[in-house]
Design a protein around this ligand. Structure first.
Ligand code: FPP
Length: 276
């Protein structure tokens, strides 16, 4: 009875429905034998509610091809499109991706410029399709610290998709985990003062409501590509009980098949949440 997050909000198999029928309902007819077998191994009842991804390896992908790093980020955007589509199809409730950290401003100017440009392009080209799929976009991070055009684009995307009831797509942008915790601690203390509540009576729930991720379930599965095994200041509070999978594939080469294989690895883990 382990590995059982509260999956009440994901489109689980209906009563009496077997895995094949579940997949047919979600994906339609299987495309080929290989795909069918990788899909049918997944157990809809063990689907992670919240998956977080550190999309690492774009620079190395580009270097191996003698391309500029920006070409790696562009290719990374294509991989991202496929993983969002697959998350939506699998009925994952929330997908959080690390797009730009507060430390990423320290990269060479051209690379920061290319990433900011990609961001604009991404919202311009994807927003209609995401909205059509009822994806709800939330930005985690300091939106006020973004350049004007990017700020407008992300605020518009959030506003437009706010009421959507599909996949919750959280984009960590100008995000730092410690800064998020500090900001939440200050907001909680401020609220305690304003509402006359003693700080000692504040709970984890009071703290969580001040995080960028307020209202989302904890991360069940954290994936980092490219072989690096670090958290890099990504969701330190929310990943406290997450299962972590470090995949050697460089992000632009990561695809639906690898994603499903990682989800299957997660499903085979024994989650105890501190119990025996
Ligand atoms: C890490 O690879 C990746 C990033 C810092 C940026 C990730 C961005 C994208 C995938 C595309 C843009 C996202 C959106 C939402 C449009 P790295 O450059 O550190 O790779 P390396 O470790 O091989 O150098």
């Amino acid at each position: 009875m382990n590995n059982q997050p509260d999956n009440s909000k994901t489109p689980l198999a209906q009563e009496g429905e077997n895995r094949q029928a579940w997949y047919r309902r979600l994906f339609g007819a299987p495309k080929n034998n290989e795909e069918t077998s990788s899909i049918q191994e997944l157990d809809p009842n063990l689907m992670p509610r919240h998956v977080a991804i550190i999309m690492d390896g774009n620079g190395r992908w580009a270097k191996r091809r003698n391309l500029p790093r920006s070409a790696g980020h562009k290719a990374g955007t294509e991989a991202l499109r496929a993983i969002i589509k697959e998350s939506d199809a699998l009925g994952i409730e929330a997908l959080t991706i690390y797009a730009f950290s507060t430390e990423n401003w320290l990269r060479p100017k051209e690379e920061v410029g290319a990433l900011m440009g990609l961001l604009l392009q991404y919202f311009a080209s994807e927003i209609d399709e995401l909205h059509r799929k009822r994806v709800c976009i939330r930005i985690l991070g300091d939106v006020e610290g973004l350049p004007e055009a990017q700020r407008r684009a992300v605020l518009n995307a959030m506003e437009r998709t706010r009421a959507n009831d599909g996949l919750k797509l959280n984009i960590a942008l100008n995000y730092g985990g410690r800064a998020e915790i500090l900001r939440a601690a200050k907001a909680m203390a401020e609220r305690a003062k304003k509402e006359g509540i003693a700080l000692e009576n504040m709970t984890e729930a009071d703290f969580e409501r001040e995080l960028y991720t307020a209202g989302l379930p904890d991360v069940d599965l954290l994936i980092r590509t490219s072989g690096e095994m670090r958290l890099s200041n990504f969701l330190p509070w929310q990943t406290s009980y997450a299962e972590m999978i470090f995949n050697d594939t460089l992000w632009p080469d990561y695809d639906e098949k690898e994603f499903r294989a990682d989800i299957l690895r997660y499903m085979k883990r024994d989650r105890r949440f501190g119990k025996v």
